[in-house]
Write a protein that binds this ligand. Structure first.
Ligand code: PLP
Length: 392
């Protein structure tokens, strides 16, 4: 037990007494699932990101599914997904019946670029309906360049922003403002920068997309009389319509109450994550060029979710497994984000094995070091010293 407590995980939640009190208050209220905490959380999250609408849902995966469904993505369509992401980005498009064309990434950052999107568009052969840029580790993609190309090809854009709460893109806008996209999706899994246990959110500036997603997250049920298809039901107090086939993707009120308390501390969380990033940059500098942390994209202000550094394991003469195990022995947890999704057995069976050299080059050198708000700069020093020792 004490050993566990000493381990610096690669990421973890930050729950305080106020968060706990908020969840307890919701538990003592009349509503456990959809109640007053949901619209309040949505309004506060919309204000935080600068989007017109925010739709809360059960997790980041269902957020992606709701957004793709609302955009009409279906069978016969292709979605372009960068190979360096959590598998849910691609899986959500498969739930809609769409096929995936995996895009390559910049090997240094792991991000989708306009160039790698252009290459994927060629392979999609005119069937591409949507692209899902992923702001990996919280570092924003170049949305201006990606959107310019996507618009030329009539693609819808959904930003998978699960890593990028409180990050600002090159335009200065908060990720989630949807300045260059139809929708942005978020996850509140405990390892993300803000947590509700399980939870998710979609932001959009489109009232139609927002209405469709709000309906789809609860069985496709319409309760707004103004939107009823059948006039005769309108006066009847029990009446509601199932307008489309939806799901139960609701977020409980308990989790939304926790989310509101967390969001109230998000500026503090973001400041801490940025300060830890500055400390990492300072201490990792001594390990260059063996260890590299790419510079932030011009004009952007990332709030990092992950400290995913690039390590030249070959030059160090140590495998990643040896380095990970040696760090673990020193009480330092690390993780790999991510195994390229196009190499997962399910996708290889479906699409064959093709090579995406940028994704593969990124993958072999990536390692996520501890980054969470309860760490101090002393911990950063300790991690970097241990890494120096382990790499020799
Ligand atoms: C966490 C994550 C998801 C899925 O979120 P869940 O809440 O775990 O369903 C999707 N995409 C990315 C990039 C993520 O990191």
């Amino acid at each position: 037990m004490t050993q566990q407590a000493d381990l610096l995980a690669y990421g973890r939640q930050d729950i305080d007494e106020v968060d706990i009190a908020a969840a307890v208050r919701a538990l003592q209220s009349d509503y456990l699932t959809t109640g007053p905490e949901i619209p309040a959380f949505e309004a506060e999250f919309a204000r935080f990101t600068g989007a017109a609408h925010a739709i809360a849902c059960s997790n980041g995966t269902t957020a992606l599914h709701l957004a793709l469904d609302a955009l009409g993505v279906g069978e016969g369509d292709v979605c372009i997904v960068p190979s360096i992401t959590f598998m849910a980005t691609a899986n959500a498009a498969r739930y809609c019946g769409a096929e995936i064309v995996f895009a390559d990434v910049d090997p240094a950052t792991g991000l989708l670029t306009a160039d790698t999107l252009a290459d994927a568009l060629e392979r999609a052969g005119g069937r591409a309906k949507a692209v899902l840029p992923v702001h990996l580790a919280g570092v924003p993609c170049d949305m201006e360049a990606i959107a310019a190309l996507a618009r030329q090809h009539g693609l819808a854009i959904i930003e998978d922003s699960c890593h990028a709460i409180a990050s600002r893109g090159a335009s200065g806008a908060m990720v989630g403002a949807c300045t260059h996209s139809e929708a942005a999706t978020f996850s509140f899994h405990p390892v993300k920068s803000l947590t509700t246990g399980e939870g998710g959110m979609v932001t959009t500036n489109s009232p139609d997309l927002a209405a469709r997603m709000a309906r789809q997250r609860s069985h496709g049920i319409e309760r707004d009389a103004a939107r009823f298809e059948r006039a005769e039901g309108a006066g009847e107090p029990w009446y509601h319509e199932m307008a489309s086939l939806g799901w139960n993707y609701r977020l409980p009120d308990i989790n939304a109450a926790l989310g509101r308390a967390q969001l109230a501390r998000m500026a503090q969380f973001a400041a801490k994550r940025r300060a830890l990033t500055v400390a990492y940059r300072e201490h990792l500098h001594a390990l260059a060029p063996l260890v590299r942390l790419p510079a932030d994209p011009q004009g952007s202000d990332p709030c990092r979710h992950l400290m995913n550094v690039q390590i030249d394991f070959e030059a160090a003469g140590r495998t990643r497994a040896v380095v990970m195990n040696a760090l673990k022995e020193r009480g330092i947890g690390t993780q790999v984000h991510y195994i390229p999704v196009h190499t997962q057995p399910y996708y290889v069976r479906r699409y064959g094995c093709r090579s995406l050299p940028g994704a593969e080059a990124h993958y072999v050198q990536t390692l996520s070091l501890p980054l969470f708000t309860r760490m101090g700069t002393g911990d950063v020093e300790r991690v970097c010293a241990a890494l120096a020792e382990v790499l020799g």
